[in-house]
Design a protein around this ligand. Structure first.
Ligand code: GLC
Length: 404
């Protein structure tokens, strides 16, 4: 299995970056790369650093690190570079900022201070961008402006906010994903039309981050991005301290994000919040456990999340489903509406371990390894049957197997 996992990562290597999966996703994806780097680190630390260096070299002047970097053109994916109209070789939105946390892990593993240190200004500029551009009023809750920015594309968290977006394009004939994967495992045409309406709206504003934030028909605080950013800020601050660099500004951002976390706690769970309507999501999702990974849950919340986990684990064979199986829109096979994703499991397991729940962490890790051993390095897995779903030969799934 170890050799097979390394072979997947090597086959997806394009020299200075990795593609998530050869046909379905032929470019560099933002949050895939740091996880993939941790896989690389188990057998080629130099290449691991390069992965993150390449990602950060695509940073925009305003600090954003884009969701997709189109290093080379490829007809197998839509929306392609032309469709985004950013004037750059990248898409116009971001993705969960896991990079600083991966850099800290790489640094701990390799002790390569020099290589970590040069990345810190870029990481900090990206973190600042989340605050300045996605929280221009300084509320402590950062917004995502597109479901893809969450990395959990068609999660039920976005159903209500996306219903408010009137679709003005029909891109059903342009989609390429359905040529690679069964339509029952992918988002619907209606969702795609709304996704691309948001892209058109932002392109019409020239991708000016603050203007797009204020005008966007979709503006949601994703409990996943909020938690991942908070964790990343803590990891950045630890690295700044290690290098004797000033960390006060980073700590102020940590404090601001932490102070806002209670506003995501509703009805016994952490939930994403629609910032346009102030309505919390009606779903409990895998991202609702990420405040543990952020170190942002108090003792009562930790206990409630452990109980929530036990209830969900009782409803499926393999944890952690991306959507609560008791939710009416749970779908065991459709992308982020039910399937298990290895990278989320990796983060949630860390969160439970650090909150003192070693047994839950062990259960999550064991299920992740069992799913991969049983079905291969698939994109995602059916939590009821363990069947592997989506695209094959996935970089980050192989990486989590190598670096659980
Ligand atoms: C899908 C996933 C996203 C991931 C990308 C590449 O769009 O939803 O999280 O980054 O594929 O693997």
């Amino acid at each position: 299995m170890i050799a097979a996992a390394q072979a997947v990562i090597r086959a997806n290597d394009r020299g200075t970056y990795s593609v998530p999966s050869p046909r379905l996703y032929p470019f560099q994806w933002n949050w895939d790369s740091p996880f993939t780097a941790l896989g690389w680190a188990t057998f080629d630390t130099d290449r691991a650093w390069t992965e993150i260096e390449t990602l950060l070299s695509a940073q925009w002047p305003d600090g954003m690190v884009p969701q997709i970097v189109f290093h080379a053109d490829d007809d197998g994916y839509y929306p392609n570079r032309a469709a985004w109209r950013t004037g750059r070789r990248s898409s116009g939105i971001s993705q969960p900022p896991v990079a600083a946390s991966a850099v800290r892990e790489l640094l701990d593993r390799t002790g390569d201070d020099a290589r970590a240190r040069v990345l810190l200004p870029r990481l900090e500029a990206w973190h600042r961008w989340w605050h300045a551009s996605r929280d221009p009023d300084g509320t402590g809750l950062v917004a995502i402006l597109h479901p893809w920015e969450s990395g959990r594309d068609n999660n039920p968290d976005w159903d209500a906010p996306l219903a408010a977006v009137t679709p003005r394009v029909d891109v059903s004939a342009l989609r390429r994903d359905l040529g690679h994967v069964d339509a029952a495992m992918r988002p619907s045409h209606d969702e795609y039309n709304r996704y691309m309406t948001l892209v058109e709206d932002a392109a019409a504003l020239g991708w000016q981050a603050q203007a797009v934030t204020r005008a966007s028909a979709f503006r949601v605080c994703d409990v996943g991005v909020q938690s991942i950013l908070l964790r990343a800020e803590r990891d950045l601050s630890a690295m700044q301290a290690r290098f004797g660099l000033p960390a006060a500004e980073t700590q102020a951002r940590v404090a601001r994000l932490s102070a806002a976390m209670p506003r995501l706690w509703h009805d016994g769970a952490f939930r994403s919040l629609d910032l346009r309507t102030a309505r919390p999501s009606d779903a409990i999702t895998s991202a609702g456990f990420l405040p543990l990974y952020a170190g942002a849950a108090d003792a009562a919340q930790v206990a409630a999340l452990a109980a929530q986990f036990a209830r969900i684990a009782g409803l499926c064979r393999f944890v952690l489903p991306s959507t609560d199986p008791a939710h009416p829109r749970f779908d065991a096979r459709r992308y982020w509406r039910g399937p298990v994703w290895a990278v989320v499991n990796r983060m949630v397991a860390r969160g439970f371990a650090e909150a003192g729940h070693a047994a839950i962490a062990a259960r999550i890790r064991a299920d992740t390894q069992a799913l991969i051993a049983g079905a291969g390095f698939m994109e995602y897995f059916d939590p009821l049957t363990g069947q592997g779903l989506g695209g094959p030969d996935f970089s980050w799934t192989a990486a989590v197997f190598l670096s659980p």
